[in-house]
Design a protein. Structure first.
Length: 55
């Protein structure tokens, strides 16, 4: 099945062993986010949550 990342628009081919395959197959309108964008978003969220250094 071919899917497109909602963030970077990169097309990927996912197979039956992919963790999101069944979910997307049952509901095709679900949003797919590739692993690279997922890691980037998680990193940015962690960086935002770090305490700010005092001036």
């Amino acid at each position: 099945m071919e899917v497109r990342c909602a963030i970077c628009s990169k097309k990927e081919e996912i197979t039956k062993i992919h963790k999101d395959f069944q979910r997307i197959r049952q509901e095709p309108k679900l949003v797919y986010i590739c692993s690279q964008c997922s890691k980037k978003v998680k990193y940015q969220a962690r960086e935002e949550q770090k305490p700010k250094k005092p001036l």
